[in-house]
Design a binder for this molecule. Structure first.
Ligand code: ARG
Length: 470
């Protein structure tokens, strides 16, 4: 193996140095090298090379003996990497050249035959697709786990009443379970987006070679099959030039991160003593070195914070690709760090959120107390006026507004007003109204499809279990 100093001292690259009198300058080497981050593609790179070599032998392009040596050498390299013994050399630029150079050191001449009918351009596109495919599967599993935690809380709290908000102003009573199930739907669509992207990603660019395909009689369907792809990509230029599969992942990842960040923000709000709706387990909370009373929802804040990195990765990749002429450009080496960083952020944020949702304790009494603020059943009163007295909704809205003002002046909830007080505003109101003014009556009445009535929520939780977890 050549050492970093070799090139700095002027030796040409052993893999493509044929027409180069000297090696790269120090800054060229530094800006060019990607091995510090693409080394995590080593497993995919070796799998791709093994499939490629098998195919070359099956097609009679290399001998079975050469293939056997290549397979053995690649297995040895995989073992060396697993054992942490493999030395990645930045002078060898990237993971592909590191693996190939090591293969040459291990098996000699047959190593040079592996790169027949392929290029690093189709190689790296293949590696990235393989890596992302595994990542997408992990993200999907993570989303499923999160849905399971949310559904579990929804089942426990199908009938737990809490204030529902619009504009973060108390709006109408809902149940905590209903609130949880809203997120189950969001993460269900996120799973769908990941699955869609995965299906489009799952084509093999291997054998596109540099850009034009190859004159060797290769069998691209064979390598595609061996690597678990559904089929080879149809166009060799597209195969090496596009990274839309990574963009799609980052797009889906960004939407997931946005959803996670909203639920995280709610956890921050709900755990503040001013709300006190839920308590996170000690293991998911941090204290303060100076303020002994503190229980900070740091994990939720970090989930919220990491969403910015995921969106940043999407913007970075889209900007990098925009305006790139066909086909491959070295700019595309910059696809990796954003993708890896976004995936890493997501694979922390997802299980952290799952742990918080699964571990939180709902303070049902505090939630109920909170429903006393904000005249949450005002809409129920207006609806009663429409239904019972035949008032146009706009008039009912006006009458209700005056009754709310009365309650506000007396500093009581709507169901604490006396009938005669309400009749002072609208004489036709009778005692029947009392049945709709409690928060329990309010939620119980919301039986429309997708509504918050506890019976609906319990049924919806069971249905969600069937739709998403079976
Ligand atoms: N390290 C490169 C990348 O990640 C591999 C492909 C290099 N191709 C080339 N023509 N220089 O994009």
């Amino acid at each position: 193996m050549s050492k970093p100093e070799d090139s700095k001292s002027g030796a040409a690259n052993p893999l493509w140095g044929g027409r180069f009198a000297e090696g790269p300058s120090e800054i060229m080497e530094r800006i060019n090298a990607s091995v510090s981050f693409d080394r995590r593609l080593a497993g995919q790179d070796i799998a791709g090379s093994k499939a490629h070599a098998d195919m070359l032998a099956a097609c009679g392009i290399i001998s079975d003996a050469d293939n056997a040596a290549i397979q053995k050498g690649l297995d040895t390299i995989a073992d060396e990497i697993a054992a942490g013994e493999f030395v990645f050399d930045p002078a060898l630029e990237d993971v592909h050249m590191n693996v190939e150079t090591r293969l040459k050191a291990l098996i000699g001449e047959p190593a040079g035959r592996l790169h027949t009918g392929r290029s690093r351009n189709d190689q790296v596109a293949t590696d990235m697709r393989l890596w992302l495919r595994d990542t997408m599967d992990a993200v999907e599993d993570g989303l499923r786990d999160l849905q399971a935690a949310l559904i579990g809380q929804a089942e426990t709290h199908a009938a737990t009443v809490m204030p529902g908000f619009t504009h973060l102003q108390p709006a109408q009573p809902v149940t905590f379970g209903h609130h949880m199930l809203a997120y189950v739907e969001m993460f269900g669509r996120d799973r769908g987006r990941i699955a869609d992207a995965r299906a489009r990603l799952n084509e093999s660019p291997l054998g596109s070679a540099a850009l034009a395909g190859t004159s060797f009689p290769i069998d691209r369907a064979m390598t595609a099959r061996a690597l678990g792809f559904d089929r080879p990509t149809a166009n060799s230029m597209d195969g090496v030039a596009d990274r839309d599969f990574a963009l799609e992942f980052l797009g889906a990842a960004t939407i997931i991160a946005v959803h996670l960040s909203r639920i995280a923000e709610e956890l921050v709000i709900w755990t503040s003593p001013h709300f006190g709706y839920v308590r996170l387990p000690d293991g998911l909370t941090t204290g303060s070195s100076i303020m002994p009373q503190k229980r900070n929802a740091d994990a939720a804040e970090l989930v919220r914070g990491k969403s910015g990195r995921v969106l940043g990765a999407l913007v970075a990749l889209a900007t990098m690709l925009k305006g790139l002429p066909m086909t491959y450009g070295k700019d595309m080496q910059e696809d990796k760090e954003p993708v890896f960083d976004a995936a890493e952020s997501l694979m922390l944020a997802l299980p952290a959120t799952t742990a918080m949702i699964a571990g939180l304790t709902v303070d049902t009494a505090a939630l109920h107390r909170a429903t006393a603020a904000g005249f949450l059943t005002a809409t129920d009163l207006a609806d009663w006026l429409v239904r019972t007295l035949g008032m146009p909704f706009r008039d009912a809205h006006h009458v209700t507004g005056r009754i709310v003002k009365l309650a506000e002046d007396k500093d009581v909830t709507l169901d604490a007003l006396s009938l005669s007080e309400m009749q002072g505003v609208e004489p036709r109101i009778d005692e029947g109204v009392m049945a709709v003014l409690s928060v329990e009556a309010s939620v119980a009445s919301r039986t429309s499809l997708g509504g918050t009535a506890p019976a609906n929520v319990a049924a919806a939780a069971a249905e969600a279990r069937r739709r998403f977890l079976s």
